[in-house]
Design a protein around this ligand. Structure first.
Ligand code: C5P
Length: 232
């Protein structure tokens, strides 16, 4: 399980996605398909990107009763994605059910990653809206431990949390980190960012990079720069 750069394909249609992916003639980057593209195009987009030779992180963040999540994961396992995810807030029982559903008959399965607290949730909204009184980093680490105990492979987290997650859950527990920007780039709406080189330094296993690559004048060069800073 090597370090890799995952491109967030946050496009609204298959056409936009393929216009973008067609620029990559040599390498086949690992791509993230999120809710927007999946809801617009359905499972066909996953099959088509897979058939083109890309690895896929299907970012649908499941959160429902354990039985429903288990049955939904059993559908996703047949899509042959490489990584998918759920909300750790669904409880350990839901996460264990997800693993059961996702595991193929031969014992293999896609990597399963948990979202702890969304980075859009801050301590104040956690306290006021969710009635969770504990400090947010304690909650994030507790949810990460729950994910590990339930047999999951890692968590999505800020690159700033990756080191602590490894301290708490072990080096082998994967950290998948968005919020990455080049040192000379525009940070846009992300608040806490790191460069690919800093994310490498702190021990992120995968970085998820969207606009610094998708909105770049030369996306292939931007992707190669990310790989050079983060992987090489
Ligand atoms: O364009 P940008 O690099 O900001 O894209 C980051 C990607 O990671 C987006 O798909 C976004 O939804 C996702 N993400 C994030 N922060 C989180 C979880 C996911 O930016 N906490």
């Amino acid at each position: 399980m090597g370090k890799d750069v995952i491109i967030a394909c946050d496009f609204a249609s298959a056409k936009q996605t393929f216009d973008f992916l067609d620029k990559f003639t040599g390498v086949k980057p690992f791509v993230k398909i999120g809710m927007e593209l999946f809801y617009a195009e359905g499972p066909a987009i996953v099959r088509e990107i897979k058939a083109r030779g890309h690895k896929i992180f299907l970012d649908l963040k499941l959160h429902d009763i354990p039985n429903t999540v288990k049955k939904s994961m059993a559908v996703l396992k047949n899509l042959d994605v490489d990584m998918t995810n759920l909300h750790a807030g669904g409880t350990k029982r839901m996460m264990s059910a997800a693993i059961e559903g996702l595991t193929r008959e031969d014992g293999t399965r896609p990597l399963l990653i948990a979202v702890t607290q969304l980075t859009s949730t801050d301590e104040e909204s956690m306290r006021k809206d969710l009635l969770i009184e504990k400090p947010i980093d304690e909650v994030v680490m507790h949810y990460a431990k729950n994910a590990k105990d339930s047999g999951l492979d890692g968590v999505v987290c800020s690159p700033l949390e990756a080191g602590k997650v490894h301290d708490v859950c072990g080096k082998g527990f994967l950290t998948v980190t968005p919020g990455v920007r080049f040192a000379d780039g525009d940070i846009g709406d992300q608040k806490r960012v790191m460069t690919p080189a800093q994310a490498k330094e702190i021990g992120s296993d995968y970085i998820v990079v969207g606009r610094p690559i998708t909105a770049a004048e030369d996306p292939v060069a931007a992707y190669e720069r990310c790989v050079k800073e983060f992987v090489d």
